[in-house]
Design a protein around this ligand. Sequence first.
Ligand code: C2O
Length: 497
Amino acid sequence: MHINPVILPALLWLYTISGITAMPIGTPDLSHCQPFSNETNCCIINSTNIVDFKLPDKPPETLRVRPAAHLVDKEYILKYANATKLMKSLPFNHPWNFIQQANVHCAYCDGIYNQSNFPNMTLEVHGSWLFFPWHRMYLHFHEKILGKLIGDENFTLPFWNWDSAEGMEIPSMYTDANSSLFDNTRWKNHKPPNILNYGFLDGRSNNNMTRQIEANLRVMYRIMVSGAKTTELFLGGPYRAGDDESSSAGSVEIEAHSYIHLWTGDDMSSFTTSARDAIFYAHHSNIDRMWELWKGLPGGKRSSYNDTDWLDSAFLFWDENLQLVRIRVRDVVDTKMLGYVYQEVPIQWLSTPPKVRDGEEMSSAFSLVELPVMLDSAVNINVELPERKMESMEEVLVVDGIEFDARVHVVFDVYVGGSGTSRKAFAGRFDHVPVKKWKKGAIGTLLVRKRLVLGLTDLVEELRLERGGRALVTLIPRSDRGVMKVKVGAISVQLST
Ligand code: C2O
């Protein structure tokens, strides 16, 4: 059947709003790139020759092993630094050039492309179920190209093992100012021996290392185990063709992932520039590893989506044969099929659950408000805690209609407690990594709308909150960079099966 190309978008839109058939996110039209300025022109190099990515029939006999960055030897570091150096010295317009590689990341996250068939909708790979698979694809091609440049098909990227005590500082291979792996825009006061601070924005003086490490591990436990018991909580919420960006990020994306971008600074602290720092790839290698670990954890429903709108979402990347390829989410659900696994290291956070019991004392002075509200100070909100029909149901706190300017670092904490007490437990954080610029006229404004979902069951149980009764949610805005205007639309506790 031949459909008039003029009415096709309208038809697709109708399909979507009628809910009959949603559709997967399709590959962007690379000839329609909308850079925001010359300085941040991150359009992907185009080609008319696009082929489909092909998986082998079965995994290779020997799998490549991605190593922990703090455990590799000198030889590995030399090899990796050399590969990156070669990438940096390619002609600027070569698709493998390091900046062109970094641009691919910028292009898929700053509204540079619109969704194919939906000219009013930007394409964004953060904040939804696209986050894990898209970054897996991105790393796969980057790794393959690096291997090609040094003639080593078995080359693997390292992972920044920031979820273990030994890996909580910038791995040494990235700190040598003469190395291709160095980036001189990183925050100087976060150099080793400073360690990552998952919990506070001023994480400069780590005067109590042991406490800091323990606090970080407890965050890991919450975002991997107790707060990540459903597919949506961990992988992020649906985002289909024609959707705006109001989906929800998964637990690891919205917390550890954001913290580490912002803590590393300054290229790393914005999606526009983050992949210009080689450490980006090790950071995301560990993110990718978290997806692998999560699948194997006990308790909850930890399987990938089987929704075809997820599986068939497709993207374009330049591969190691200098070919522009179209790859789908279904191609990357199994790392073994892509030929790699992760080095096994001890997982300390598994035995470090957060201390929720009894919560902590909180000021009762925060005002009790109705939503929507502009979050310029800490507020309390009453919510109903529904009765569960089945033991296996997961309570999920949904904070909806979070509106703000995407160029600002927006962060707020969520605490939950019983309605008659001032004791509360930390439920999670909303942490938005800003984009540096924004293309002109994107839906007329820089406003974005997001949703936060937090797994609550363990917290409800440990705090002995009364199901069928009420709970009190406290939202505390935290900002280290001046004014942060954020509006919160609605809060509810929903049950997920
Ligand atoms: Cu695409 Cu960590 O960002």
